[in-house]
Design a protein around this ligand. Sequence first.
Ligand code: SAM
Length: 286
Amino acid sequence: MEDPKTGRLLVCATPIGNLGDVTLRVLDALREADVTLAEDTRVTRKLFARYGIDTPLERFDETVAAAKTPRVLERVASGETVALVSDAGTPGISDPGSRLIAACVERGLEVEVLPGPSAVITALVASGLPTHAFFFGGFLPRKAGERERLLRAVAELDATLVFFESPRRLAAALASIGEAMPGRRAAVARELTKVHEEVARGPVEELARRFAECEVKGEVVVVIGPPEEAPARVAADELASEVEALVQSGMSRSDAVKHVARLRGVPRSQVYDSAHEAKRRDEQGS
Ligand code: SAM
């Protein structure tokens, strides 16, 4: 028999769109909790209404988290079951909660995570990109300079990269990714599990063009394949002969390099080096 005096913090994952995506265990926890701490009680009330839950709800967003944490710790320490939810997905993942969890751990209080949806894993899997290793970077920095620095720092990781981004900045972010990681395969996962769900996949430059041309709505995750997933290992000879054919047809060498790089989705420097090496070999008659 469980000790009824043992309080716990139950970290409950909730749907990222489709209200059907909630686990039975989370529903039981929300029904039995002494209180549920919610990022926005209006959002959580919709989930409660759908499943006929009427246990107490309290606001616990970033603006009140620090002030309310000591009281929450007291409640857990005194034996209460406190459930924690965010507006969508898993609390603590770019959402309020991680500091409360850390405070409970620090104080030796029991923390139980009830797993469920997260936009990170859903987008990663939906992207069709490698899942052997991935790097989740939270929200991309808003400022172009910071964003570019971060992208350059992670460009060579042997992992698929996952970032949250606002729909307003999506096109600019994709353009920065194209600069830092030319030719990378990528995906934009939008409105996952909702009526207008869309997963757009392709070379990052193609996605950048596409999303620059329309107003993007809804919630968005950007997924970028690892370096070896870029079609970077196109044979050097093939690249060189494509450049040569364009030069023969009257295009300048630099335009031909740009054209082939864009077409093949590989860095310009790679096409340039391949063409240069082939020309050198030709000149030496080897
Ligand atoms: N804790 C949440 C989780 O585990 O999924 C993430 C919360 S974070 C504040 C919100 C961001 O998650 C959105 O800006 C978007 O990037 C992503 N997101 C959440 N729901 C989504 C959905 N249904 N489709 C696509 N992206 C989503």
